[in-house]
Design a protein around this ligand. Structure first.
Ligand code: FEO
Length: 398
């Protein structure tokens, strides 16, 4: 059954929602689901912007068939080849073989790799600045390499000021009947998931994101249509400002993320003691147990706050496994520009602090507060003094 939403008289959302997905990209929990967006522009020429994940293919094709009213799509613009958007291309071209695929050269190469069975298809290769006239609309293309794959491009409709932004400006979370960000309380209900989406999916690619934001900033954007999450037609500058911060690795807020691993609770109690002293000093604090919370949530908070403390026991001569995973993830996602402190626990040969510092060694511009605090099995009077001093040092590094 079809289930679309109108964006304008001639522009429609034709995507779908998946609330059964365990892990997006086989990695990230999405307890609120996820949307796969695609769009149809019905001008003198009909234009489809991307396909969808295989999970919502039936809805997508039902939407298309209903809205096309017997017309054949003239163009399928392929902005991103990751299969959550490209999975239905072969089926699309079986249904509509006359359609011309609009893509760049890198996309064409990927198209042949993902779908070797597709031969003899009509393609229109575009590059930065190519303009496609569809009647009342004028579409131009912005190359956006590494936002989030190398072939990614965005499309700008200069007639309406609409930016079709590929993965950029997306969020985790199904749409639940809403389509526009101004139909929900986005800052409270969706911003945490938008931050988690950005930092985990695109966070590593801050430099290319900054470059494309600069290009897009000159366009006079009045609406943003991403491939996940909501369409933006109000408060666009607010959301672009968030992206500008995230992509430049600038903290959103002053505060301390405390991430700890604790097998029997002693490291946790040291972390709790530190949290109390920080709060007494007026610092905002969030705390996560790395054995309980998926690293994608903690990583998003690491991007949000200015300071982080990582506390973990020594384990197998190194650092406890869930902390190792988190720190590896942080380094892999370009964590930078933060004040950091380390707490280790070790009953006979403490080694966690050294290993944690090694894991963060590749991160640029981390201000590491020294010395690391060592908890000798359980916090001693001396440890408490050291934690009080650490709290003061963190507050002073505001
Ligand atoms: Fe939503 Fe990079 O795919």
């Amino acid at each position: 059954m079809y289930c679309y939403r109108s964006i304008a008289e001639d522009l429609f959302w034709i995507g779908g929602n998946d609330r059964r997905l365990c892990c997006f990209e086989a990695t990230y929990p999405v307890p609120q689901g996820v949307s796969y967006n695609a769009y149809l522009l019905k001008d003198d020429k009909t234009v489809v912007f991307d396909t969808v994940d295989q999970k919502v293919g039936r809805t997508y094709f039902a939407n298309l068939a209903h809205l096309l009213e017997g017309r054949c799509p003239d163009y399928l613009i392929v902005q991103h080849m990751e299969p959550d958007h490209s999975a239905q291309i072969a089926d699309f071209l079986r249904l509509y073989p006359q359609t011309t695929v609009v893509c760049n050269q890198k996309t064409k190469t990927m198209l042949q790799r993902f779908f070797p069975e597709l031969t003899g298809i009509n393609t229109l290769i575009v590059s930065e600045g190519t303009v496609l006239e569809t009647g009342h609309h004028s579409l131009s293309f912005l190359m956006a390499p590494m936002v989030h794959w190398p072939e990614v491009m965005m499309t700008f409709d200069s007639s309406t000021g609409t930016l079709f932004s590929a993965d950029a400006f997306g969020t985790f979370g199904a749409l639940n009947g809403a389509l526009f960000a101004d139909e929900v309380d986005f800052p409270h209900e969706y911003l945490p998931e938008a931050r988690r989406y950005y930092t985990n999916i695109v966070g590593k690619y801050g430099v290319p994101v900054t470059a494309v934001l600069k290009k897009a900033g000159a366009l006079g954007i009045r609406m943003i249509c991403p491939l996940h999450g909501f369409v933006w037609r109000e408060n666009i500058d607010w959301y672009i400002e968030k992206y500008t911060r995230w992509s430049s690795y600038t903290p959103e807020e002053t505060g301390v993320l405390i991430a700890y691993a604790s097998v029997y609770g002693n490291t946790e109690r040291a972390a709790e003691y530190l949290a109390c002293r920080l709060r007494e000093g007026g610092m905002q604090v969030v705390m996560y147990d790395t054995s309980v919370t998926h690293p994608s949530y903690i990583l998003a908070q690491a991007f949000r706050f200015s300071h982080a403390v990582f506390a973990a026991p020594t384990y197998n001569g190194g650092v406890f496994v869930t902390m190792e995973t988190l720190l590896h993830d942080l380094a892999a996602h370009g964590y930078t520009n933060r004040t950091v402190a380390i707490i280790e626990n070790g009953s006979w040969a403490p080694a966690a602090a050294k290993e944690m510092k090694n894991l963060l060694a590749g991160c640029k511009n981390l201000k590491m507060l020294e010395p690391a605090v060592t908890v000798p099995s359980a916090a001693s009077e001396q440890t408490r003094t050291q934690l009080e001093e650490l709290a003061q040092a963190l507050i002073a590094a505001k």
